[in-house]
Design a protein around this ligand. Structure first.
Ligand SMILES: Nc1ncnc2c1ncn2[C@@H]1O[C@H](COP(=O)(O)OP(=O)(O)OP(=O)(O)O)[C@@H](O)[C@H]1O
Length: 908
């Protein structure tokens, strides 16, 4: 498809601008000004030299709107709030001279006298294109994307940025086989032939020997159930009373904490032992589904639970005998799985539980619900409880729910024991369970372990063994020495050795991590340019999926509709019909690419369909715009790149690692890109220091003094040039055209404009919720609102569009209440616990802390507003207020620009 914009990856060396000078004195700044002027001259010359006819034949011209005399752009956004510009440049990390130089250049260039590049030589924007679609919509303003724009430093984008060999890949070497770890031949056969998994990963190598070391002895004599009143336990001769609890637990496996990198195969690490342990039970004559549930896996979201259940189903579909093997003893298909996430009706789920489901995968709220209200749910004999994505469970506020689940399971067990004893006493007991003394093994899994996970571990695990991923060479040593499970001390928590720093979160070593210091005004076009480069470089094998993270549901919705609705010619920018049920859009600026979105406020069916569409095998690249709902656990195949357009507002470095972990999984390559604002560059060093190196890379670099993980800067100019192509500075004109097309789309209808303003407001509010620790880099005061508006394709800051009109609160409340209800109904969990929260909906629940901080901040501002007598909203253009122009955040709206400014500056 001809998208009307060329993709040209050749970078003209001769036209590269020199780096602005570094240092903090006025002489340096004068030098920077001089360089800027020289650059303008050089650009002029270059453009004169580049005749359009000399363009390579493979390059496609920018869509040709008729050129008209340029209308001068207005002087640098007169509506900039006081202090905003300064703030945009401040706050940088002075230890990174290049970054601070960039920030200074923002100021110098913006305020430097003399002609701007666009005034001198940039092809003029086409006012006609604007006017055609904006008749009667107020004054025209020409996009001034590159004029008066912060100059950006010509950072040379380097090649490979990976720091080591794959750290989450299957291990190499003959000694590293699934069979060697003690896995049943049936499972080995299935993994190899049906799932194409030939060797274990580091965490599997580390944990499987232990987890497979206690098979159930199906020939064991039945024993009486245990309880505190037992006088004797003759069949086992075990001690009685208090000691029994310990004894009981020691007879089985100790509880386990599994911590390893994203994409390292934790799911199979706990599923394989569960399946292998339970499988032999099917040979027992008395075993049928009425035995109830023997293993429970808890995952924080529906998507994750569904994903785990799919892997489990796949495992359970294995052949029950080896081809050609002759044996009298066959397993039966007793072992099945069930998904309990609130997606189906409860009646249906209850019916399934009544029949019996040996292994269930559930979200926490729904599981607790069944434990409390479904009496036919037999789970007193459960042998395994897995808490997957432990950190996410805690983030989502499931601590109490998990406590409830553990208590309920203990209660069920007691009831089952009592029932068994009663049957025994009356002599009618025919079904005797030989595994009462085994207890229940709890496994906790997480890629990152922080204080919250430690709290969950303390609450749910007894005497745990901690497993971390082993590096390749370490494995060899262990395997040679001892084929049995690594020696475990009999008491106290122990930790399997790992060379990685356990206190740091380690991204996969093969992951390339880059950041782009992007002037706020250029964010949107830089995103487009980056996506264009990424989609054009994708290949089926290496992956052709890209995930873009944004900070809120509103910004996801807006960018999705904007990309899908924008037109690059003069065609009417009609409002595109996009209902909540719509799955996929395409965009003229991202050829042959489908664009999906994912956030917690979408109906479950839409979310499922979006994910399915995004992951479907296709030659066409695919982009998923998502909130943090997509950051944990999701194992989406062929994700080649993760772009963090908005850096995480919650979860800090931890969240960053989870997000980038959606690519570079199981040893595959991947790219991570982070958009960093000029005032946010200190974040780079901060996040680097929070991350540790993995396994063997940590070994090799043990003596390195510098920060362990490095993010590499990519030049914004390079990105723009690559994405938009053309010779010399042509990319500027192309980027400007794209920006103008976006702006036309916004102006095309009231609802488009309202979406843009809503997204802008949501971004602002999300931004203000960065935790205090991150405030040095993400302070709302440092946001240049005028430039930020530009990045939302708004021609003016929403705050300055106000006419002083006030709105009544009442009319706003209805849609907000309706939205909340929708959120709750379609919430990720759909779960009681979440629904009980006043704000409902997973997305809202997920941002509990965020919302608390945010609401506190906005409430504070709200007081200011109310003290002024009114509670208002971002109002529409031309004094006409749109119905939908609220801030998207519920009851808190801000009246006008002064109020926003006051909120940001902390003035009364
Ligand atoms: N031994 C193996 N060899 C090759 N691929 C594997 C192996 N084990 C698991 N995988 C694959 O690795 C991918 C990631 O696995 P999984 O989702 O379990 O990772 P994870 O550690 O749980 O990651 P996250 O922390 O992001 O949830 C899956 O696609 C899985 O099929």
């Amino acid at each position: 498809m001809d998208d009307g914009i060329e993709l040209n990856f050749a970078v003209s060396d001769g036209l590269k601008r020199k780096a602005v000078s570094k240092g903090g004195r006025w002489t340096d700044r004068a030098a920077a000004r001089k360089t800027a002027r020289q650059n303008v001259k050089a650009a002029q010359k270059a453009r004169r030299d580049v005749a359009p006819s000399k363009m390579p034949s493979h390059q496609v011209q920018v869509p040709s709107a008729p050129r008209q005399p340029a209308i001068r752009p207005p002087p640098v956004t007169p509506s900039e709030p006081r202090g905003a510009r300064l703030a945009e440049q401040g706050g940088g990390d002075t230890s990174r001279p290049s970054d601070s130089a960039l920030a200074r250049a923002v100021l110098e260039h913006a305020s430097a006298p003399g002609p701007s590049r666009s005034q001198v030589s940039k092809p003029a924007p086409q006012p006609s294109a604007v006017s055609s679609s904006t008749k009667g919509k107020g004054p025209q303003i020409i996009s001034s994307l590159f004029s008066s724009n912060p100059s950006y430093q010509a950072v040379k984008t380097t090649g490979s940025t990976v720091i080591g060999a794959p750290s989450n890949a299957p291990l190499k070497g003959d000694a590293n086989t699934f069979a060697g770890l003690g896995l049943d031949p049936l499972l080995v056969h299935h993994l190899t032939n049906k799932m194409s998994l030939r060797a274990p990963t580091g965490i599997q190598r580390s944990a499987l020997p232990y987890l497979l070391s206690e098979p159930l002895d199906i020939n064991a004599r039945a024993v009486s159930p245990l309880d505190e009143n037992d006088e004797e336990r003759s069949s086992t001769g075990s001690p009685k009373g208090k000691e029994r609890a310990v004894e009981e637990h020691q007879a089985g496996l100790r509880d386990v904490l599994i911590q390893s990198q994203t994409g390292s195969g934790k799911t199979l690490t706990y599923l394989l032992p569960i399946v292998q342990t339970l499988l032999p039970l099917s040979r027992l004559s008395y075993i049928d589904r009425s035995i109830g549930t023997l293993a429970i896996i808890v995952a924080p979201t529906r998507e994750l639970a569904g994903q785990i259940e799919k892997v489990l189903e796949h495992l359970l579909s294995m052949a029950l005998s080896l081809p050609g093997a002759e044996t009298d003893e066959h397993y039966t298909r007793w072992l099945v799985s069930g998904l309990f996430t609130g997606g189906a009706t409860k009646t249906h789920e209850k019916a399934r539980l009544r029949k019996g489901v040996p292994i269930i995968v559930a979200t926490p709220g729904r599981l607790l619900d069944h434990l409390q209200s479904t009496s036919s749910f037999q789970c007193g004999k459960a042998l395994f409880l897995v808490l997957d994505e432990a950190d996410r469970l805690m983030d989502l506020g499931f601590e109490e729910t998990i406590t409830g689940i553990i208590k309920a399971l203990d209660g069920r067990r007691k009831l089952a024991v009592a029932a068994e004893k009663e049957m025994d006493e009356v002599g009618g007991g025919t079904m005797r369970w030989p595994f009462w003394n085994r207890g229940r093994t709890t496994m906790l899994c997480s890629a990152t372990v922080d204080a919250k996970v430690e709290r969950l571990a303390g609450m749910s695990l007894r005497d745990p063994v901690i497993f971390r991923s082993e590096a390749n060479d370490q494995v060899e040593r262990n395997v040679v020495k001892d084929k049995k499970p690594l020696g475990l001390p009999s008491q106290n928590s122990i930790e399997m050795p790992s060379h990685a720093d356990p206190d740091k979160f380690t991204p996969p070593s093969q992951l390339s991590q880059r950041y782009i210091v992007t002037p706020t005004k250029l964010r949107l076009v830089t995103l487009v340019a980056l996506l264009r480069s990424l989609v054009s470089a994708t290949s089926g094998n290496g992956g052709n999926k890209i995930i873009v993270f944004l900070s809120s549901t509103d910004t996801v919705d807006y960018h999705w509709k904007l990309l899908g609705g924008v037109k690059m010619d003069d065609a009417d920018q009609d409002e595109q019909e996009t209902s909540t049920n719509m799955i996929s859009l395409s965009s003229p600026i991202l050829p042959k690419t489908t664009i999906q979105r994912l956030h917690g406020s979408l109906p479950l069916a839409t979310r499922k369909a979006s994910l399915a569409k995004f992951t479907e095998a296709s030659e066409s690249p695919s982009i998923l715009l998502a909130t943090s709902v997509a950051s944990r656990g999701l194992d989406l195949p062929l994700v080649r790149a993760v772009v963090q357009y908005d850096l995480p507002t919650e979860g800090g470095a931890n969240e960053y690692v989870h997000r980038v972990g959606r690519t570079a999984r199981a040893g595959k390559g991947g790219e991570a890109w982070a958009f960093v604002g000029p005032a946010e560059i200190g974040w780079v060093k901060w996040v680097e220091e929070k991350m540790g190196l993995a396994g063997d890379v940590a070994d090799a670099n043990a003596k390195r003094t510098e920060s362990s993980v490095r993010l590499t800067e990519a030049g914004v100019e390079d990105i723009l040039r690559k994405g938009f192509g053309g010779s010399g500075y042509e990319y500027e004109a192309r980027a400007t055209d794209v920006q103008m097309a976006f702006e036309r789309w916004v102006l095309a209808s009231d609802s488009n404009a309202a979406l843009a303003r809503k997204a802008f407001g949501s971004f602002m509010r999300a931004y203000s919720t960065h935790p205090i620790e991150e405030k040095p880099f993400f302070h709302p005061k440092s946001l240049h609102l005028g430039h930020l508006a530009k990045s939302f394709a708004l021609r003016e800051t929403p705050s300055t569009l106000g006419t002083g009109q006030t709105s009544k609160v009442q009319p706003q409340q209805k849609p907000i209440q309706a939205k909340r209800k929708r959120d709750a109904e379609s919430s990720d969990e759909g779960e009681k616990a979440a629904e009980e929260r006043p704000r409902g909906g997973k997305e809202l629940t997920a941002r509990n802390k965020t919302e608390e901080r945010m609401y506190a901040a906005v409430r504070k501002a709200g007081r200011n507003v109310k003290s002024g007598g009114t509670l208002g909203e971002f109002s529409g253009t031309g004094g006409k207020k749109s119905n939908n122009a609220g801030t998207g955040g519920g009851e808190f709206q801000v009246m006008d620009g002064n109020e926003i400014e006051r909120m940001l500056s902390g003035r009364k």
